[in-house]
Structures are given as C-alpha cells and as structure tokens.
Design a protein around this ligand. Structure first.
Ligand SMILES: C[S@@+](CC[C@H](N)C(=O)[O-])C[C@H]1O[C@@H](n2cnc3c(N)ncnc32)[C@H](O)[C@@H]1O
Length: 255
C-alpha cells in the first residue's frame, strides 16, 4: 500500500508501515486504490483524499459517546452483563476478537472493562495503533493504557492461544462483518469505504466454538437485525437495538 506524507508521521507509525512493506511515496495512487496518508497528526486511509477513515478515541464520535452514550444502561453494556456487576469491585475482562475501528471496545473500556483488541487486517490494525498512540497521551483518557491493549492476529489464533496459555477472559466479544442490506448510498461513506477493503468475514462461524470455550462468563455476538445466528447457534438471550442485536451465549453468571 502507498503511504503519502509519511514524513509527518511519528517514528512508531513509520516503523509499523515499514514492517508492513508499505511504499513511502510522494504521490497517491492514480487508479483510485486505497492508500494511507498522514494528515493533521492522524494516520488515515482513503481512496480520494476526501472520505478518510481513522481511529480517534480522544475526540469526535467516540469521546461524545463516552460522555453521552448512556453508560451501563446502553445495550452493549447490558449484553456484556455490566449492569450486573460493580466494576470497582469486580473487574471484567473482555477479548474483542474482531476489533475493527475499536469503537465497541472503547465503549466497554470507558465503562471500566479491561479490553484486549484483536484485529487481523493490516490497515485497520495500523489505524488502531495510531489511535492508541494519541489516546495514551490524552489528558481526557488517563485510564486508557491500563484498560486497552492490542494484538495483530487472527481471532482464531488469538482465542486458541489464550485458551492454551490458560489466560482467562470473562467475555469474548465478536462483531464480524456482515453484508449491509441497504443500498450502498444509504450506508455512510466511511463505513462503505471500510467494507470495500475489509470485505465480509466469511470464516466468522469458526469463531463461536472457540469463543465459547474461552469465555468464563459469556460470549456476545453483535449482528445486524436481519442476520442469522452465528454458526446457526441460538443464543441464551438477545438484546435488540434499532438496527442491531446482541446474541448472548451464557457460560456462567456474571457475579
Ligand atoms: C464489523 S468490524 C468490527 C467493528 C467494531 N466492533 C467496532 O466497534 O469498531 C469487523 C472487524 O473484525 C475483523 N475481523 C473479522 N474476522 C476476524 C478474525 N477472524 N480475526 C481478526 N479480525 C477479524 C475485520 O477485519 C474487521 O475489521
């Protein structure tokens, strides 16, 4: 992948780009393919220099949701079972094995969970590294480094390795890509861009048995409301929102 304006990037990002064999270039690709750019202290992915995707935990939508998102009352928190525990007394560990742009992981960490994010796609992983870089030094997120960690790995591998190492996670969280039903114009531009290069996670069914084996308390699977159950397995319970649902597979009570 081509990386423009890399000279403005901090060494951590340049070294990551080098390790991924990104091509440092003054010129963006002429064929409209995806490229990385460093703009305004952020690593971004874009095709046209206008629709950019990037990870920003300290500002923007993530920060807004942290302040006004509804705390433990929001659906994701209920699905993970946070409404049942006092996080000050009982820390909850989550492995988000399909981290994407880290939005859900950030919600859970901002509510007090310790979250390990796993992402396999290089460009998305690079955006997460860059988002972590800025969040770590943000005065608004003093807890960030203690609660959020990141792995560049396939989820199958990460879940298997954790089980082998007897590493325990209360919750395994899964949100694999599923085709959008709406016509592409209705899908937000940045989401559409994300989809074009991440594709659809056709191996997602493999994750459920591994997740069930690892989670000491529960597995939470986020799905669009029209999607079938992951691996065709009925959950113990469901929590529904306007467009999504959380299928919850309970292994043990949260408390
Ligand atoms: C729908 S997005 C997740 C969005 C995320 N929940 C958020 O809040 O930003 C799905 C992501 O999971 C990643 N993914 C899917 N299957 C994976 C696997 N087996 N291993 C690692 N990452 C995976 C994809 O690359 C993609 O970035």
């Amino acid at each position: 992948m081509i990386f423009t304006n890399w000279r403005n990037a901090p060494i951590e990002i340049i070294e990551l780009a080098e390790s991924f064999d990104w091509q440092m270039s003054k010129h963006k690709p002429e064929d409209g393919s995806l490229y990385a750019d460093f703009d305004n202290d952020k690593l971004v992915l874009t095709r046209d220099g206008k629709t950019n995707i990037f990870v920003d935990f300290a500002e923007g939508a993530n920060a807004h949701r942290q302040k006004f998102g509804g705390g433990k009352g929001q659906a994701i928190a209920k699905a993970v079972g946070l409404n049942k525990v006092d996080l000050n007394k009982t820390p909850v560990s989550v492995i988000d094995a399909t981290a994407g742009m880290g939005k859900d992981a950030f919600v859970l960490a901002s509510l007090g969970c310790n979250v390990t994010l796993v992402e396999r796609q290089q460009p998305i992983f690079a955006l997460l590294v860059d988002g972590f870089r800025r969040a770590r030094v943000s005065e608004h997120l003093p807890w960030f480094d203690d609660r959020m960690s990141l792995q560049h790995l396939g989820a199958q591998q990460a879940l298997t390795d954790a089980a082998k190492a007897k590493q325990s996670f209360d919750v395994v969280y899964l949100d694999p890509m599923f085709p959008h039903r709406e016509k592409s114009a209705a899908v937000k531009k940045d989401m559409a861009l994300f989809q074009t290069f991440v594709g659809f996670d056709e191996d997602a069914d493999e994750l459920l048995p591994l997740a069930k084996k690892l989670a000491t308390k529960r597995v939470v699977v986020k799905r669009p409301d029209y999607a079938p159950f992951l691996a065709e397995q009925s959950p113990t319970m469901q929590i529904k929102t306007k467009k999504n649902r959380f299928d919850v597979y309970v292994n043990a009570a949260m408390v």
